[in-house]
Design a protein around this ligand. Sequence first.
Ligand code: ZN
Length: 277
Amino acid sequence: GPERPRVTVALTFDHDGISSSVEHDLGPFDRSRGEFGVRVGVPRILDVLARHNVPATFFVPGHTAVTFPQSVAAIVGAGHELGCHGWAHEDVARLDEAAERGILARSREAIRAAAGGVAPVGYRAPYWSLAERTLALVEEAGFVYDSSLAWDDYYLARVRHGDVHTAERSVLGESGRLVEVPISHQLDDWPHFEPIRGGNGAAAPSAVEEVWLAELRYAHARAPGGVVTYTMHPECIGRGSRIAMLERLIVAARELPGVAFERLDTTVARWVAVHGG
Ligand code: ZN
């Protein structure tokens, strides 16, 4: 059967480009920060990944795919996975169901086209914001996995549908087919490094490196078969001080026996093979 790493490291990049700035009708400065991710961040990321032979996953809004096709083609050409991330980075919890269905279908088609006809199997909600119906729609649309929930740190599980929550009690629903790859703000670059739009400031890369590496070392010691999923944004991690930190993290991870870097589609396919389709 497929070999099983002791711990898998998933480097994931949300290639938001200028989509959220456009969606929020922000001006040239905010768009320029997103454009930094396209012009500078992604090339630096691809360089580091290539030099260390690390495959990765990029969640790409449809807006980025059609606005910056060369950037996305470079990612695909380097052998990385594309996942869906909305069209214009919409907060789907604010949309009605018909609008959300439309965006899901249109963005899936744009990412399929950008990947040379390979349909994406992964979805990540912009802002990790979900309507109650969202993950059922994602499953119904044919995705294999989602990566927007924080209910675990290292282990994959099936998404539940049909929870009913009231102040009196919550009744939990049944698991569906969709596989969840859990995420965390702690392992997200944005809250540590960005001073605006949901971030707290400008942490020292060494401080973030300490937390991120400690999570990996803990998983390596205590969570065999686990997956450590880092969420990064090209306009954030692409700054010199931070991309250097990412490279140190890759080098340190490689020193731990049995650690493998994988695209999430690879990791999820192995998990499904073990746990049943
Ligand atoms: Zn995003």
